[in-house]
Design a protein around this ligand. Sequence first.
Ligand SMILES: [Zn+2]
Length: 126
Amino acid sequence: MTPDGRRNPAKATAGQLTAPQLQELKDVLHREHARLTRSLERAKRDGPVQLDQQAVGRLSRMDALMNEGLAQPSMSRAREEVGLIEQALDRVENGTYGFCQSCREPIGVDRLMAIPEALHCTGCRL
Ligand SMILES: [Zn+2]
């Protein structure tokens, strides 16, 4: 109990993140990176899914549409996202991960858990 309400020094290591939290976020970033990279590669290779008569099979076509349905409208967003995730992983490596790029304060753990590649704290985000 600190009488003046200053932050608990035990929590001050690596921003606000504990080692397991950092590890978890790193895993999430790696997974997301792999997933987005795969989607982008597939989109580059196959082109956008089109409703044409050349469907290899109705079922697989349906599957493709179902899968692409979510990702397709946001390919440029996905590319952007990959860049942000790569930057986030760089920051994990050099120890600056979890700090706001504007005010240098630690970004809240809740926010990082929701958006692991976040660059800014809730106060600074646009
Ligand atoms: Zn900030």
